[in-house]
Ligand binder design. Structure first.
Ligand SMILES: [Mg+2]
Length: 303
């Protein structure tokens, strides 16, 4: 004996299934997105290392970082970690200095509101917001205290000597490929498919992770005009307001128009005052000694 059940119970089941199917078609399920953001110069205006150096009266931080970058000794963004561990001038740094530096970091406007908007989500999506930074965890946690829960902050982790309080080991660096590793762990933990990952960063420590996010069909947003990051990121937003990065997210990921976007910001008390879309061309010329009428000037044009 085979075939479809013809009992009243069977018919009831089939009708129930039809009803359920109809419901699935009618109600779009809420999607879950991972929003991961860099910290230095993405949620803040200055590099943590610069703030720490200034606080401790250590000169030449910028030169030290440039020197390290030139020789490619450490992954981009991990320069402060190297200095804290190996530079004699940074030997005196203790945990409390990192916490104090965090309090001195100048955050972009409305970081708290940005975190709240993500926490509350939108009709079609909910967001899990994480900060992934190459800066010491203590600095970022202190700077974002009361705004982002500590468990949602992944920074560079140190071991401290229990007797002297000195930094004695680097446990994990969230720079370069380290950010990719963190992102993959979060995707697995939160059961988020990689194409539902949105990464926001300003430059140096974000290149590798942005290339990774692009390769898995995720979304990348740059918040600076640093040449290389602008080329890699799908969109660039320049603003001193942290929630500004939601503009390309709402446009590209959810297909919202400008009226919908303005309305959402208005419900949070923010009026979008200016919104200019400018495509940036990076142009450089190489001057030759040849006179213009003898040969054309060599030039390069990047977009
Ligand atoms: Mg940064």
């Amino acid at each position: 004996m085979g075939g479809c059940p013809t009992t009243p119970w069977g018919i009831q089941m089939k009708n129930q299934m039809k009803e359920n199917k109809g419901m699935v078609n009618r109600i779009e399920p809420i999607k879950h997105y991972l929003v991961a953001s860099d910290f230095d110069q993405t949620l803040s205006f200055n590099d943590s290392g610069f703030v720490l150096s200034e606080m401790l009266g250590i000169n030449g931080f910028h030169e030290k970082v440039t020197g390290l970058s030139k020789v490619n000794l450490v992954q981009q963004g991990a320069e402060l970690t190297y200095l804290l561990r190996h530079d004699p001038e940074f030997r005196g740094v203790r945990r409390e200095h990192l916490v104090e530096a965090g309090k001195r970091v100048r955050l972009k406007k409305h970081v708290e509101l940005f975190a709240r908007m993500l926490d509350e989500g939108i009709a079609e999506a909910r967001f899990s917001f994480f900060v992934i930074s190459a800066s010491p965890r203590e600095v970022v946690e202190s700077a974002l205290e009361g705004i982002v829960p500590a468990e949602n902050i992944i920074g560079t982790d140190f071991d401290y000597d229990p007797k002297t309080g000195e930094i004695c080991a680097v446990k994990r660096v969230a720079a370069g490929y380290g950010k990719v590793a963190v992102l993959q762990e979060l995707e697995t933990k939160l059961q988020i498919t990689p194409d539902h990952t949105i990464y926001i960063g300003d430059g140096s420590s974000d290149m590798t992770v942005m290339q990774h996010v692009n390769s898995i069909d995720g979304h990348t947003i740059a918040v600076s005009e640093v040449k290389n990051v602008g080329r890699i990121a799908q969109r660039t937003v320049l603003s001193d307001n942290a929630p500004s990065v939601l503009v390309p997210v709402l446009e590209d990921v959810f297909g919202w128009d400008s009226a919908q976007i303005r309305e959402l910001f208005a419900t949070y008390g923010l009026v979008l005052q200016s919104w200019d879309k400018i495509r940036t061309d990076w142009v450089s010329f190489h001057e030759t000694s040849t006179a213009p009428d003898e040969a054309p000037m060599a030039f390069s044009l990047h977009d």
